[in-house]
Design a binder for this molecule. Structure first.
Ligand code: FAD
Ligand code: NAP
Ligand code: HEM
Length: 378
């Protein structure tokens, strides 16, 4: 401001002696508030919180606490002054150091066009891009402007869902994909052996590494499932869940609906929870047998039965849990905001690829068995 076309800058303070002189550039006077205002030739900047405006008048005048903006309150306190609103969208740091980052735009409004022109010109000479937005009644919008954070993100923000709800979507998705990654290399290995026609040939290094990492991947998946189970049990303890329930009850009462239970949804929740719990139980068995002291008590066949047989059972139950959870949601357009599929559908891709060949083989065996039965009877 000292470099602007204003002839002289005087700073007003309740206690000028307390202010460190080095705080302002040379040529800036520091006086009492009254002296500063009296010596002003053109513009007085009021940069104090509205609760402290009374110190400018010198008495504890009560302000209208209605819907007025700060600028309107100031105009009410000083009826003989012409009030211009501006600069509140610029930080103190930018005013001091110059605008390097962020917007240069300064929104300005006033009921007096001459005063507004003076401030517009001043803002321009300070390196800002002033914008005339009209009369003082616009000051309400100007005062709201710095408080708005990405308004196009939508009315109600859902950031409160990050700690629990989003975690409880991410953890099970990671668990399911990781579980599929445990059983995928066995399948790839089998395909390699079939293609080569022998099992006495080394796998490529990447597959060897992958096969050796299955225990770690399995335990990582188990950890995610344990956390997911704990998170899921806490879902109903959330305050937001209580509000949702209360709101639903209120709407139900208002709509005069006595019983809002939907049979299909009851089936859905019971089925997905049951499959999830069973899957969790089987995975716990796998985790226990992976302890060396327990694993050593099994012979090779027993260990393979538990790890491979029960492992696939856990994978199947987990897929069923997720499918029952999704139910028919994926068939509605609402499931594809921004044209992206829901998380649970993406998490199902790899597990279904792993289980797919076994389903085909099982179908083949069942068909053969039924055909043999038919031949025997015939
Ligand atoms: C909670 C949890 C704990 C786990 N703990 C363990 C653990 O302690 N130890 C462990 O090893 N795994 C562990 N796993 C991983 C996994 O359960 C086992 O590796 C399981 O045996 C994999 O079964 P599979 O049927 O996919 O593969 P496999 O039974 O290994 O074999 C599938 C097919 O791949 C081929 N194949 C695989 N490896 C070879 C090879 N080296 N040479 C030749 N052919 C091969 C064969 O054709 C075979 O028929 C754990 C998983 C979980 C979820
Ligand atoms: N800081 C920013 O980046 C920024 C950005 C945009 C808008 N604003 C707005 O600018 C105004 C001032 O903000 P600020 O950050 O500069 O605040 P501040 O530093 O706390 O206060 C500004 C001045 O008000 C006086 N003051 C402090 N406490 C007071 C009290 N209890 N009674 C009377 N006067 C008191 C002080 O002057 P003396 O002690 O010398 O009298 C002080 O220098 C606010 O309306 C704010 O919303 C600030
Ligand atoms: C004790 C066992 C389990 C319980 C109590 C349980 C509970 C739940 C609940 C309540 C949900 C719905 C969450 C929501 O409303 O957003 C859910 C979703 C899900 N669960 Fe489980 N679950 C269990 C085990 C498992 C297992 C073993 C897996 C797989 C490894 C799994 C994978 C998933 C997946 C992928 C979802 C969908 C997440 C989403 O997109 O919102 N769960 N589970």
């Amino acid at each position: 401001m000292p470099q602007s076309p204003l002839p002289r800058v005087v700073v007003g303070s309740r206690n000028p002696n307390r202010i460190d002189r080095g705080l302002f550039p040379d040529g800036v006077d520091i006086r009492s508030q009254k002296e500063a205002v009296d010596s002003a030739e053109r513009v007085v900047f009021a940069a104090v919180y509205p609760e402290h405006y009374y110190t400018l008048v010198g008495s504890a005048t009560r302000l209208n606490s209605g819907e007025q903006s700060n600028a309107e309150k100031l105009a009410e306190l000083f009826p003989e002054s012409r009030v211009v609103k501006g600069f509140n969208v610029i930080s103190a740091w930018a005013l001091q150091a110059g605008v390097h980052d962020g917007s240069r735009q300064v929104l300005i409004c006033s009921d007096c066009s001459t005063s507004k022109d003076t401030v517009l010109q001043l803002a321009r000479s300070m390196g800002f891009s002033p914008m005339d937005v009209g009369g003082l009644c616009q000051s309400r919008d100007i005062e709201e402007a710095p408080l708005i954070l990405f308004p196009s993100w939508g009315g109600q923000n859902n950031f409160h869902q990050l700690p629990l709800v989003t975690m409880n979507e991410t953890l099970p998705a990671v668990a399911l994909v990781t579980l599929a990654l445990v059983y995928l290399p066995g399948l790839v290995a089998a395909v390699f052996q079939l293609c080569r026609g022998t099992k006495y040939k080394r796998f490529p290094r990447w597959l060897d590494h992958w096969l050796c990492r299955r225990k770690q991947l399995g335990l990582l998946s188990f950890l995610c499932v344990v956390l997911h189970a704990v998170y899921s049990m806490c879902l109903t303890l959330r305050r937001a869940a209580g509000y949702t329930l209360l709101n639903a009850a209120y709407h139900q009462v208002k709509a005069d609906v006595e019983n809002s239970s939907v049979g299909q949804q009851v089936w859905r929740s019971d089925l997905y929870l049951s499959c999830g719990i069973l899957g969790f139980g089987v995975l716990t068995l796998l985790a226990i047998t992976s302890l060396p002291s327990v694993g050593n008590a099994f012979n090779w066949r027993e260990f393979t039965f538990v790890q491979s047989g029960l492992g696939y059972t856990a994978l199947t139950l987990s897929i069923m849990h997720t499918l029952f959870f999704g139910w028919d949601f994926a068939f509605f357009p609402v499931a594809y905001p921004y044209y992206l599929p829901p998380m649970y559908l993406l998490a199902l891709i790899l597990p279904c690829i792993v289980l797919g060949p076994w389903v085909v083989i099982a179908q083949f065996y069942i068909s053969c068995f039924l055909y043999c039965q038919y031949l025997i009877k015939a």
